[in-house]
Design a protein around this ligand. Sequence first.
Ligand code: UD1
Length: 362
Amino acid sequence: MLKVINVVGARPNFMKVAPIVAAMKRREREFTPLVVHTGQHYDAAMSDAFFADLDLPQTDVHLGVGSASHAAQTAAVMERFEPVVIQEKPDWVLVVGDVNSTLAAALVCVKLGVKVAHVEAGLRSRDRTMPEEINRILTDQIADLLFTPSADADQNLIAEGIPPERIRLVGNVMIDSLYQHLERAQQSTIRERLGLTDSRYAVLTLHRPSNVDDRTTFEGILSALERISEELPIIFPVHPRAARTIAELGLLDRLTNAGNLRLIEPLGYLDFLNLYSGAQLVLTDSGGIQEETTVLGIPCLTLRENTERPVTVSLGTNKIVGTDPEKIVAEALAALQQPARLRVDIPFWDGKTAERIVDALR
Ligand code: UD1
């Protein structure tokens, strides 16, 4: 029997851990899975909603860390996670993605000599100003087992001197969640609630510090969006970090009067899946959404200068357009003229990644 602590902290972790915990529960003679929530994200809309939508079991331990500076947040996770690991004596600790909780938990384990596995290893944007890039590089250096989503990730790890026997190409576990919930998501009434009757709408998400914490960049992007929204409604579920900037810059009035640019609260997993799966275009600075739109064949414009997920560009529907307002408008108008895209198959993004992970831990 293997005891595995699965660590979650922030919104993009939940849909990665849910299929893995479910796979362990299906093999209850082999695995005892525990879920530890660091509390990095704590609002109902950023956390609880995902537990309900994804059928994630209640957390066994909640560390209640909350928001703070990078150093304070990372340190708080470490301090509070260490006694849990000492008490539980797990055979493995599994961390996912690239958030502060991921690195903090991995660092605790390596110091205690407890084996740690990293899911979504090897992704690199080569932009060290992104906090996530630092979290990725350091987590991959110290983890015992690295589960990669695509072959480019393996190459990145090898180039950093990681021994091949620590690397396993298993595919993209977020896509397990997507396939598992696609049908249920069709029952969401979100489009009806927003008064959307056809696919002539776009979905926008923005939360990267480089986009939303910088006044000039943020205002530039918003002016591009106002222009695009003259063509079709843009639905914008607002992340708390973007909400904070909108409030600080006094932009709420301007944005709520922008007509077709519609600001709404952050959505749960099923409502959001329903919403973007029906859209004509997605604009985002998220990593995961580049992958999800690729699998569903939805055109995606990434409002960043780089991506750590190059297969979404080379094989998928993603285009990196940066943050220059004129370029964003030109690319969006061009994308709206394109014929509908077909769904794309990326090797190993087949809904069976969690099984491969669980097999490898065994
Ligand atoms: C974090 C991750 C990022 C991920 C994103 C997804 C790091 C370094 N960043 O960024 O990789 O893409 O989550 O959402 O780990 N806040 C709330 N309620 C919450 C959580 C946060 O209001 O439940 C507000 C707080 O004001 C906080 C701010 O949002 O200061 C930012 O939260 P934080 O967790 O620090 O980073 P994110 O920008 O969410």
